[in-house]
Ligand binder design. Sequence first.
Ligand SMILES: [Zn+2]
Length: 265
Amino acid sequence: MMVFGLLKERRRRRLQARPYPKEWLDAIRRNVRFFSRLSTSDQAELLGHIQVFLAEKRFEGCGDLELTDDIRVTIAAQACLLLLHRKTDYFPRLLTILIYPSQYVAEEKRQIHEHVWEEGKTVRLGETGRQLGAVVFAWDAVKSGATDSADGKNVVIHEFAHQLDFENYATDGAPSLATREQQLSWREVMKAEFASLRIAGETGIPTLLDTYGATDPAEFFAVATEAFFMRPCALRARHPKLYAELRNYFQQDPVAYSAERIRQS
Ligand SMILES: [Zn+2]
């Protein structure tokens, strides 16, 4: 176990240090808007994580999608934003990323989660499940999230937040938190924020957070993480305690590189 861990660490460090193909960097600059707003050191860290991510995860094109490096790096860049500044095991429960060209129809009885459906057939933009070992995306939704779409939606960040939640083997909306103190504070804040989103959802009060997050605590964490990275200024202003918990966990302050801030100033 220890030896395996050390070998894995060493292999990952080598991958991180590998020269970065120019085509990948071009694709990221072209498709992923937040990249240019990150600090130089964060950009370098992100590129290192992407190298590991691309080496360790399997990608599959589905429904006539021709898989390209463009697609792979655009997904990897967004997923790896969640890993900056923290010790990470690179989404250990995830093996495979399946990508459809656009919204796809799933025919399953069981609801893994995400998006309402009726009688087995449903149109989905993305999904993940702890047992699945896979995430499924629609490429058009991935692209839209990467371009700072005004709706603040980012399906990659949403699904990979679920993957972080799975890291400690529970789907409970609480990722691995470093200290007992952090766990207690997290639980208290999330409980209150989840309850108020539920009430808002039931009464129709407009909310910053997508009321889909009121489904359960796991969806709440995924929706809150999306807002944290995509609409950090608004989240900090309207949900300061929630913002602070997420900032402590992610060890990042997305207000510093937010498109919102640039638009406002
Ligand atoms: Zn979800």
